[in-house]
Design a protein around this ligand. Structure first.
Ligand code: TRP
Ligand code: ZN
Length: 470
């Protein structure tokens, strides 16, 4: 039974202005914000009517009881006159909601937490919403069967949010199109460590519990927000050019991952040379062993690995800091702008480090002898990267491999010098923002006037089936 606030559940309805008196002065002018942002694959993700600028999350976690207690303070700007608005929150119990410090009515239905402020909000107004909540955060099973949200480990838990899992541990506007800055404080039993995005902003111990504070000054999409709680071997260092590195590794993984994690500075230097300035103020990695997730994720500043990564995966997740985390897809349909680029970064790394050239990898994928299994080679042609066939397929091979093939076709068309200008310029043009596939094709065309990309877009990016020629 969903609980709601003391007031009777309210009907979300249009406010009618009958006569001037009812419309003026009393603040009765807003309408409810939409329950989603019309993502083609996740229609309930995100919410309409406001834009979040900052999240301040104060969390406490008891790993033995699996209990999370949280207060989320959300600063947002209304993009319409609002009588009510939604936040995304899955599971957990809401203890109370205030808007601008005053008690607000609220109601829950599925992942929508609908908040009705005491007074309507004006378009353009910046307002602060505080949500108190607690409970056992859910692990979410995606359409493709993978697990995300809150993932318990032997000695703690990890929050991973692709595509929708951040709503398992904090309420918000859970869609990549609404990026914000964050302050995240996590209180855990003394002896454990809590790691998050951004930079450490102090820690303090009181009554057997330690609070770890983290500050993210650059815009971040909710799906790359993370907290990792457990016993970690933490190392703090810096790259040659002074970028702070913070790496946290589960004690059982230290030995197996030491050698590869030592390559982080070298990989970042190579990526900086190829992709342009690193977009954030710190970097690093988190290695832990969730009970249920076997994939890495490009969590901002410090990607997450479910055990010691190989070099290719490390190159991939660090490349996502430029493509995915800084230049973030506008919707889940634009996923290839993230995964195609991160995959192509792996090819380029191979090419520059005595492995196969990108051209060899492309040709092997086209020929169908890249993977051992026939099905894996055929899976690449299941749908075009620019239009995944459904929510269950946004992490499938056409998005990764065929997405990278699109980039290789562009490189073939424009040559190396201009190709590197394009990938660097693209990262700079949309730094800390959002972009969609049409933005990308327009950018490429503008950067290489006189070149014809029609066949690449028609056959490789948007065309069904395997293009007839490599
Ligand atoms: N996006 C991640 C990466 O490429 C991988 C990933 C996250 C994933 N969630 C997934 C892959 C679910 C398959 C299924 O770095
Ligand atoms: Zn990826």
């Amino acid at each position: 039974m969903p609980r709601s606030s003391a007031a009777a559940p309210f009907a979300v309805s249009l406010t009618l202005c009958l006569g001037l008196a009812a419309c003026g002065g009393g603040g009765v002018h807003g309408t409810p914000g939409a329950a989603g942002v019309r993502d083609p694959y996740f229609p309930k993700a995100g919410n309409g009517g406001y834009d979040v600028t900052h999240y301040t999350l104060a969390l406490a976690y008891d790993p033995e009881a699996h209990k999370l207690t949280g207060t989320a303070e959300i600063t947002a700007r209304a993009t319409q006159d609002l009588s009510a608005f939604d936040l995304d929150l899955k599971g957990l119990d809401v203890g109370g909601v205030t808007v601008e410090g005053r008690g607000a009515r609220w109601n829950r239905s599925g992942q929508e937490l609908t908040v009705r402020p005491h007074e309507d909000l004006d378009k353009g107004e910046t307002f602060r919403t505080t949500v108190r909540y607690s409970g056992r955060p859910p692990t979410i099973t995606d359409a493709d069967g993978s697990k995300e949200g809150w993932l318990p480990t032997a000695d703690g838990a990890v929050g991973l949010g692709e595509p929708t899992g951040s709503m398992a541990w904090f309420p918000g506007n859970n869609h990549p199109s609404d990026k914000a800055t964050y302050d995240i404080a996590v209180t855990v039993p003394k002896g454990l460590t809590a790691v998050s995005n951004g930079e450490p902003a102090g820690e303090s111990t009181k009554k057997g519990r330690t609070t770890f504070r983290w500050h993210t000054a650059e815009p971040m999409a909710s799906y790359v927000a993370t907290v990792a709680i457990g016993r970690y071997k933490v190392s703090r260092s810096a790259t040659k050019d002074g970028l702070p590195l913070y790496v946290a590794v589960d004690p059982t993984q230290v030995k197996a991952s030491a050698k590869v994690l030592a390559k982080i500075p070298e990989i970042l230097a190579w990526e900086k040379y190829n992709f342009g300035a690193y977009p954030f103020t710190s970097a690093g990695a988190i290695v832990d062993r969730p009970d249920d997730a076997g994939y890495a994720l490009e969590t901002q500043n410090r990607p997450f690995f479910p055990g010691a990564p190989d070099t290719g995966t490390l190159v991939h997740e660090l490349a996502h800091q430029w493509y995915g985390d800084s230049v973030t897809p506008k919707s889940w349909r634009d996923m290839w702008l993230s995964e195609g680029f991160a995959t192509y970064a792996e090819w380029l790394w191979q090419e520059d480090h005595d492995g196969d050239t990108a051209d060899e990898i492309f040709n092997s994928l086209y020929k169908g002898d890249y993977y051992d299994a026939k099905e894996d080679n055929e899976a690449i042609w299941a749908f075009p990267p620019g239009k995944p066939s459904g929510a269950a397929h946004i992490s499938d091979p056409p998005v990764y491999d065929r997405g990278a093939m699109v980039l290789h076709k562009i490189r073939e068309t424009v040559g190396d010098a201009r190709f590197y200008d394009i990938i660097q310029g693209w990262a700079a043009a949309h730094r800390h923002g959002n972009a969609d596939t049409a933005d990308f094709t327009a950018y490429v065309e503008k950067t290489a006037p006189g070149k014809d990309f029609t066949k690449i877009w028609d056959d490789w990016l948007y065309g069904e089936g395997k293009p007839s020629r490599p």
